[in-house]
Design a protein around this ligand. Structure first.
Ligand code: SAM
Length: 250
């Protein structure tokens, strides 16, 4: 899978994405990540890419033309109109299912805004998806782009070892992951739950599923709306969250 990140701060993106699992996947040729500097497409002698917003207001706005020229150069290299994600607090909030859907693409372009954002007209022409990473405002789209690249990359076949990718993880089946423990058996007087030491796989699975339901009901009851729960699990969720199953939409 090939990621292209249009940004004014390419070194920030590249430094952050070339370590650990993602860095290894790049070295193995499973992924390519390229930061493209929008400033290379500045069209004045000062190399500036921002200007005051019409109508007044604080801050500067990234101008349409450098962003457009940067995009056109990419489109030409890719050889088709790519999917272009504009990172924006005004977009749809990023979630795991969205990551799964993006992971099916061959090419993905991210557009990072800075300052007060980007001239609306170029967004209208090139952006296919508006995505936010949460209800707060950051100084730029670089960190959100890195978060998305990370979440999408680990779903690309081969990036994680097969045994790891087959494991249950948070948000799968609309539940959070159960608690996990490693050696030593006792730490700070806390003992690993007995069932995990039993070697009894069916009991371990039952315990983990129950813990997932408890954890989700406690921390993210909103997720349970889409989870498929047995009648017994619904009762458990109700008990933990203090809400009636009906009120939770279950
Ligand atoms: N004036 C914009 C507004 O109120 O919607 C905010 C601009 S923000 C200071 C600058 C850039 O940071 C945005 O263009 C966007 O690329 C990025 N950004 C900020 N918060 C974000 C978020 N929660 N998710 C994704 N991108 C974000």
């Amino acid at each position: 899978m090939n990621f292209y990140i249009m940004t004014l701060f390419p070194e920030m993106v590249m430094d952050g994405l070339h370590t650990s699992i993602i860095g290894r996947a790049v070295n193995n040729g499973l992924l390519s990540i390229e930061a493209v500097n929008i400033r290379d497409y500045a069209f004045n002698k000062h190399n500036s890419v921002d200007d005051y917003p019409y109508g007044g207001g604080a801050g500067m706005l990234m101008q349409a033309e450098p962003v457009y020229q940067c995009y056109r150069a990419l489109e030409e290299r890719i050889g088709k109109k790519p999917r272009v994600v504009y990172l924006s607090p005004q977009g749809k909030t990023f979630h795991q299912e969205m990551a799964e859907e993006f992971a099916k693409e061959e090419e993905l372009v991210f557009l990072c805004g800075h300052y007060e954002g980007i001239d609306e007209r170029v967004l209208e022409e090139i952006v296919t998806d508006y995505v936010s990473i949460g209800d707060y405002v950051l100084t730029g789209g670089e960190l959100p782009a890195m978060i998305m690249v990370d979440a999408i990359s680990r779903l690309v076949p081969g990036v994680l070892h097969n045994d790891v990718s087959a494991e249950f993880e948070s948000f799968q089946d609309h539940l959070l992951e159960y608690p996990q423990y490693s050696r030593p058996e006792v730490w700070h007087d806390k003992r690993v739950p007995e069932v995990l030491m039993s070697g009894h796989h069916a009991n371990i699975e039952k315990w983990r599923r129950e813990q997932s339901v408890i954890r989700t009901a406690k921390n993210r009851p909103d997720l349970l709306l889409k989870a498929e729960l047995t009648e017994e699990e619904k009762r458990l969720a109700e008990e933990i969250s203090g809400c009636k199953a009906g009120d939770m939409g279950l």
